[in-house]
Design a protein. Structure first.
Length: 326
């Protein structure tokens, strides 16, 4: 079934055990297909028909149903009865969305059924659906969990690589462009890394727990792949920590350069003010309108006064250099 979210059913397949699957409708789902193979149902948990099926037809424990419909979720992997309840978060790759605005996937997996729920679109679930249509999808429930974790990890890698590239550019810009506008860019990168790490840390714990759970349909090969994904998630966390630290150092370097820039400007203004202070005093003194001003009757007095001011400037500059103020 195509990804058209018809009456809450986003996609559904009866896996054939060879990487492909048969598309199912709501009518097929209400029939018992467990004897024929593994079924995967991908639902919009906000749709009334999906809620009704979960509550009245799925046969799941009420606690599991509540978890599959929970709006606020935290990454986790819990063994319940003979299946796994998995909640994971992915970066938001939908058009116009911010990657750190994480979206959630809730999955119940046992030996006969896979039930996944979401509200906002998840592109990595579309990847799994397309792989099934091409005959390259998961064959068993354990492989589905591996595919899910792997596709999610691939999307995360793309975002973290972009974060690293952004930090690289900011480090270069700080060395070439001492601009106050860079402060906002650095702040955005730091906020993004903090948000991503806040969700990745518990996700790594959830992944670690999954490959340690003992369920019969999870093979040793599946556990090995899940462990590799958990290790990859740990590397992502370390990359985010590194990017955050680099952004902090870049911010400090920017503040230092802006401070030096301000100091240089204030230094120039101070020198100019110091040079013109005695000149202003002399011109102000001779500008008072009272009798007895020297040179009032001498037509060469103005030229002589200009020479005196020049001598004063030369004397000040010499003094500043001797004092090493310049």
């Amino acid at each position: 079934m195509s990804n058209n979210n018809t009456q809450g059913l986003i996609s559904s397949y009866l896996l054939d055990g060879k990487g492909g699957g048969k598309s199912l409708s709501w009518d097929d789902i209400y029939k018992d297909t467990s004897a024929s193979g593994v079924t995967w149902l991908h639902l919009d948990y906000t749709h009334p028909k999906s809620q009704d099926w979960l509550k009245n037809k799925s046969g799941l424990d009420p606690i599991i149903i509540e978890a599959l419909q929970a709006e606020e979720t935290r990454p986790r992997g819990v063994l319940m009865q003979d299946g796994l309840l998995v909640t994971l978060r992915s970066v938001n790759m939908n058009p116009g969305a911010e990657p750190e605005d994480m979206v959630s996937i809730r999955v119940w997996i046992d030996k006969n059924r896979i039930i996944s729920t979401r509200h906002r679109r998840l592109l990595f679930m579309d990847d799994i659906r397309e792989s099934i249509e091409l005959g390259l999808g998961p064959k068993m429930p354990g492989e589905f969990l591996v595919h899910l974790a792997d596709r999610l990890s691939e999307r995360m890698a793309y975002v973290i690589d972009n974060v690293d590239e952004t930090v690289d550019k900011l480090e270069e810009e700080v060395l070439t462009a001492e601009s106050y506008q860079l402060r906002a860019k650095i702040a955005n990168v730091r906020r993004e890394t903090i948000e991503l790490r806040r969700y990745l840390a518990p996700q790594r714990e959830a992944m670690s727990r999954l490959y340690n759970e003992r369920v019969e349909w999870l093979t040793d090969v599946d556990r090995m792949h899940l462990r590799e994904t958990a290790d990859r998630t740990m590397r992502y966390i370390e990359d985010l920590d590194s990017a955050r630290d680099r952004a902090t150092v870049t911010h400090e370097e920017l503040l230092s350069r802006l401070s030096e820039q301000m100091d240089r400007r204030m230094y120039v203004l101070s020198i100019v003010a110091a040079v013109f202070l005695p000149l202003g005093f002399l011109t102000g003194l001779l500008g008072i309108n009272v009798g007895g001003i020297p040179g009032a009757e001498d037509k060469n007095a103005f030229l002589e006064f200009i020479i005196i001011l020049g001598v004063v400037v030369v004397f000040q500059i010499t003094l500043f250099k001797w004092k090493k103020w310049m």
